[in-house]
Design a protein around this ligand. Structure first.
Ligand code: HEC
Length: 142
């Protein structure tokens, strides 16, 4: 019985470890490419009146992997006190995507649309303020 359990745990570790190792390594750019797909899924959900699709995409956005510590450090060094503004855009996207998720699970279309529109604004505001600068800072790490 115990042996079986140990074997099961060992096989689980083999399955789980490489996954966490690889998601931990995602660069900011790779994270953005995932967000793009989530964003397309959410938009598609709205177009098709598919609340489950909206909820799924919104949750994926909210739970996007963390930017690797090494990249955060480099961005922070370059942006200085502006790092707080950069981070705040990410917090906004996080909170608004959770709001959208909640509204979608409650089938509350108006609230879901409102959260979606604010979230899109936060994505684009961060891009217009920081995309080029941050891409340049990280340009030798991809
Ligand atoms: C905190 C700032 C910030 C927020 C918020 C943000 N982005 Fe980005 N995004 C960036 C930066 C910086 C880049 C440039 C990355 C690079 O080229 O290394 C980028 C690039 C991208 C790209 C281009 C990736 C490529 O292949 O060149 C896509 C797509 C993208 N973001 C989608 C999104 C979506 C969708 C959201 C909202 C759900 C979002 N981003 C929110 C900072 C942000």
């Amino acid at each position: 019985m115990l042996k079986k359990r140990v074997a099961l745990l060992a096989s689980l570790a083999i399955i789980v470890l490489p996954l966490t190792a690889s998601t931990g390594e995602l660069t900011l750019k790779a994270i953005m490419q995932e967000l793009r797909q989530n964003f397309v899924d959410v938009s598609d959900g709205f177009l098709l009146d598919d609340f489950d699709k909206i909820a799924e995409g919104a949750l994926a956005i909210a739970e996007h992997p963390r930017i690797p510590a090494e990249q955060v450090e480099r961005i922070s060094e370059e942006l200085g006190p502006e790092m707080a503004v950069f981070k705040n855009f990410d917090v906004q996207v996080h909170e608004l995507s959770l709001e959208m998720y909640k509204a979608a699970t409650e089938r509350d279309r108006d609230a879901a649309v409102a959260a979606y529109q604010s979230m899109v604004r936060a994505c684009f505001d961060c891009h217009s303020a920081y995309r080029e600068r941050v891409a340049a800072i990280l340009s030798d790490t991809r």
